[in-house]
Design a protein. Structure first.
Length: 389
């Protein structure tokens, strides 16, 4: 109670952004095993409990008839919302986790690799984690359809079935109205309905699912800051001036990452309050994340190729993940009246970043194709051993 006023003065989103960015700075400069690993371990218990409750609630709701698992949402939208993108290729950037995710590729190489006891554990940890996340994706789809169909609202205004689903996804509306809050809210409400079928109050169930969502965001925040610090340090070493660069220092690189991220978070999105800057770049997330996934596959193919190992099993998804996200991003950039570049109201920021991402991807693919014939059978030079401590 004594410190409560500190967090309610002014815009609470701005205050909490400052607190979280300060935490990110501390967490990302400390060794992985000092804070990030134990924080992840504690957080994993929250996620496991929530997943068990969601699966249990789904089974009970389906077995007892509380949830209509077949008819809570239309299988095919005969008249999709105005401005809705085509399912092909947008399916490949809408589902930005699960089977393949660019950000997860960075996490696995930047932090997970530092925590596994043996390389033999990598398949169990990495492949198992993505299978589990794929299962979570299925649960989310069911929660947003059958879960929402179990009911939204209270008392006389409570709606069920298709009517409830239309409160979250109204086909007569405009696609632009389906923002991030509405999408997250559908999962929270639907998941809470599943857990409520276990006898847990709806208010408590809503809180559990909300904590689940916040936990996923929390585990991403400091990890992403650490990864950004790595990237800035590498750029600093590559662009060093007079044989040195302040950005190669982990504290300077972390400060740069935190200040840039904090500044972006603080600015107001159009029509929003301060502290909503993340929504400005949000439309780019799906495509750029999965472009990165395609490039990660390319690195794997390159690694296998130079060792004379089979590559077909990685090359096929590589081609798919290089083409589909680029196709979707081109659609976002040049789609008639809604395109960030060709539209009636161009978005210079998103258009510039989108074109830049496509150019960088094309550049890296060309470099890879030029190098492949030269490196087959030629291994990298071994790094010198680490100094004794």
């Amino acid at each position: 109670n004594a410190v409560a006023p500190l967090f309610t003065v002014g815009n609470p989103v701005v205050v909490w952004t400052i607190i979280l960015m300060t935490y990110c700075f501390v967490a990302s400069v400390m060794p992985v095993w000092t804070l990030l690993q134990p924080r992840d371990y504690i957080n994993s218990h929250q996620l496991i409990v929530a997943l068990v409750l969601l699966v249990g609630g789904l089974i009970v709701a389906g077995a007892t008839g509380q949830a209509d698992l077949m008819n809570s949402a239309p299988a095919i939208a005969e008249s999709p919302p105005a401005g809705a993108p085509p399912i092909w290729p947008f399916l490949f950037i809408t589902i930005a986790c699960g089977a393949i995710s660019g950000f997860h590729c960075l996490v696995s190489s930047g932090t997970s690799s530092k925590q596994v006891e043996s390389e033999l554990d990598a398949q169990y940890v990495g492949y198992g984690a993505m299978l589990l996340e794929g299962a979570l994706a299925v649960i989310v789809i069911l929660a947003c359809c059958a879960g929402v169909g179990m009911g939204v609202g209270e008392g006389a205004s409570r709606l069920e079935g298709i009517a409830a689903w239309h409160t979250k996804y109204d086909p007569s509306g405009n696609w632009a109205a389906f923002g991030l809050p509405q999408k997250v809210g559908a999962f929270v409400d639907g998941g809470a309905n599943f857990i409520n079928s276990l006898g847990i109050s709806l208010e408590m169930a809503t809180g559990i699912v909300a904590v689940l969502v916040a936990s996923f965001a929390a585990t991403t925040l400091d990890t992403a800051t650490r990864l950004q610090r790595y990237v800035i340090q590498e750029l600093g070493k590559s662009l060093r001036f007079k044989n040195s660069s302040p950005l190669s220092n982990k504290y300077a690189a972390t400060a740069t990452a935190v200040l840039l991220g904090g500044a972006m978070a603080m600015i107001p999105a159009p029509g929003k309050d301060y502290g909503t800057g993340g929504l400005i770049l949000w439309p780019l997330f799906g495509a750029t994340n999965q472009l990165l996934a395609g490039l990660a596959f390319m690195v794997i193919v390159f690694y296998l190729w130079r060792r004379n190992l089979p590559i077909w099993f990685a090359a096929i998804p590589m081609v798919i993940m290089l083409i589909m996200p680029a196709w979707a991003l081109c659609w976002q950039l040049f789609d008639g009246q809604a395109g960030w570049i060709s539209g009636s109201e161009p978005n210079t920021l998103l258009g510039t970043i989108g074109v830049g991402a496509l150019c960088l991807q094309f550049w890296m693919v060309i470099e890879c194709l030029l190098l492949l014939p030269k490196v087959k059978g030629q291994l990298e030079q071994e790094l010198p051993p680490l100094p004794a401590t």
